[in-house]
Design a protein around this ligand. Sequence first.
Ligand code: 13P
Length: 254
Amino acid sequence: MRKPVIAGNWKLYNSTAEAVKLIDELIPLVSDTALTEIVVAPAFTALSAVKKALADSGIQLAAQDCFWEEEGAYTGEVSPMMLTDVGCSHVLIGHSERRQFFGETDKTVNKKLKAAIAGRLTVIFCIGETLAERESGNTFAVLRRQIAEALTGFSETESDRLIIAYEPVWAIGTGKTASEGQAQETHAFIRQLLSELYSPDMASRIRILYGGSVKADNIGGLMSQPDIDGALVGGASLKAESFAAIVRFAEFQE
Ligand code: 13P
């Protein structure tokens, strides 16, 4: 009932030429997968060229961040309107690297999320606890705060434009994936929380992706869990073969 999503977050990698080459290699490898939504998130500078390379492949385009104002004297920022203008359908908001290195807070995530949705983008809203927060038994409290604050003012009627990505910070780029059990337990908690904050119907419709060292050899186990609806992939999305293998494996599990 929930269509799986596999999204590749390219982070600060790939020139325009490298980005286009990656897309040209990826398209034939995933062209027969119809049951999974595929999204790629290049750096801002490559969005336009990647949009052209994606053509009618069905693969969707995301940016890695956006600002909350449409326009104004905000040097260095990019607005939701500018993202739809270059062909983005999706945007990542609240990635832990933005929280860790660029001062993103639950409040700024809330402003960005609402602006992006108002700008008709689908938001991939990222949450996750640090190792210290998990080890001190605060995982659920942290996720509750991140979700409650970022979704303040968010209406259930916009749920089809919201995807949640649970990315435990300790699993990002470390090769250390959450176990299937840990990930499922946390996804179930998130869905239960959405049910409390909104409704059981809304909670049952929202896609919740797992992120953190997802590879072809662990996606199958993750996707077999009832509350995991896809993945947000970093490192393994930078090579067409490894990203395609994840997409195909996810599709096979459904
Ligand atoms: P890795 O897959 O490289 O661990 O990165 C995960 C991530 O941060 C995706 O947004």
